[in-house]
Design a protein around this ligand. Structure first.
Ligand SMILES: [Zn+2]
Length: 366
């Protein structure tokens, strides 16, 4: 094992160093998120560096073989929507079936590097399942706090690898507070994927895989925005956001705070009127990276758009039947969003488009 210094995480606004175990709780002074200084790898043609080898993690990565996901044409789906040159980045082909594994690998590596004795998280979805698996891989006990109503395939996936599932009655905010309190009270590590800068760092790796042949457009689902911001940080580090790839954010119409702020031209996210959606992975009413996401949209010339649950279901089925690729409803956000952007003339057929498919269809009970 190569021992390196673990860098300080500092507040993005006031530069105060954050407690390493609690980097995901944000700055105690001003409330902003933490950030890490890092440099991108040198990418020579198609010769990519090993996953996270470039990241300032302080130790060898905890890995289950994440990253380097397939990039495949989806012309039979795309032909129906004027997107015959579209390609899909198959993030659901990851160790636990979702894109979260890129970020979780970095988070658990950081936790191990600082000697964390336990990990806690608040997620009944893909992030919880991913953390449970990587915690097991690292030999660190994991406790995942979920809403009382949580059930289904993802909770089973968390339990199957030995993590403890704790049900918390009441508000979603209460679930988060319970996960943070556990870390504070026990000296454990709060993984907090939506605001953990190591999670975003892992997400940056996706951009390096696209760097040898960067698309004109990259379409992603956005909930907490860790993928969107991580990819943007990588493109920025590689020489600018404006010049090559436009990053588009797609949200469910029932919970679209980024779209609301974008359409009003506001620099920060405001409270929204929320409705039920089947895109549960993107139901984040107040994303901690809201301001960053809006900054990236402005810098890269991307659009933020909302799509309905009916569109999600239609595109999920259209992709599955045309290409043999079954994704979960949240992942279908990017498909429906790309089709809408094409209909509006933001995408044109001779430009290259990559659609990020974040989670597997088997993640939801049918
Ligand atoms: Zn601060």
């Amino acid at each position: 094992m190569v021992a390196l210094a673990v860098p300080h995480v500092r507040c993005a606004t006031c530069r105060r160093p954050l407690v390493p175990r609690l980097v995901a709780t944000g700055c105690p002074s001003c409330g902003d998120i933490g950030e890490i200084d890092w440099s991108p790898p040198t990418i020579d043609g198609d010769d990519l560096p090993p996953f996270l080898a470039w990241a300032p993690l302080g130790t060898d990565p905890v890995t289950l073989g994440e990253g380097r996901t397939p990039l495949v044409p989806v012309a039979r789906w795309g032909d129906r929507f004027g997107l015959s040159h579209a390609r899909a980045k198959l993030e659901y082909i990851s160790p636990t079936g979702s894109f979260k594994d890129r970020g979780t690998a970095a988070v658990v590596t950081h936790a191990r590097a600082i000697g964390a004795g336990s990990l806690s998280e608040d997620s009944s979805g893909n992030a919880g399942a991913s953390l449970a698996a990587y915690g097991a891989r690292a030999g660190i006990p994991v406790r995942v706090y979920v809403p009382e109503s949580a059930s289904g395939v993802k909770v089973a996936q968390i339990s199957a690898v030995g993590a403890e599932v704790i049900r918390v009655p009441g508000s979603r905010r209460g679930v988060t507070e319970a996960a943070i309190a556990h870390a504070r009270d026990t000296g454990g590590y709060y993984a907090g994927h939506n605001a953990n800068p190591y999670f975003t760092l892992g997400m940056a790796s996706l951009a390096f895989e696209l760097a040898p042949d960067p698309p004109d457009h990259l379409v992603m689902p956005v909930g907490g925005g860790s993928l969107f911001v991580g990819v943007a940080l990588a493109f920025a580090a590689m020489g600018g956001l404006r010049r090559v790839t436009r990053l588009h954010a797609v949200q469910p119409a029932g919970c679209a705070p980024i779209v609301a702020a974008y359409e009003r031209g506001e620099p920060v996210v405001a409270p929204i009127d929320r409705h039920a959606t089947i895109a549960s992975g993107a139901e984040i009413e107040t994303p901690p990276r809201g301001r960053q996401i809006l900054d990236v949209l402005a810098l890269s010339g991307g659009r933020a758009i909302a799509v309905t649950d009916a569109e999600l279901l239609a595109h999920r089925e259209a992709l599955a039947h045309a290409e043999g690729i079954d994704v979960e409803p949240t992942a279908a956000l990017a498909l429906a969003g790309a089709a809408r952007l094409r209909a509006r003339g933001v995408l044109v057929d001779d430009e290259s488009v990559v659609i990020v498919l974040t989670g597997a269809g088997y993640k939801v009970a049918s």
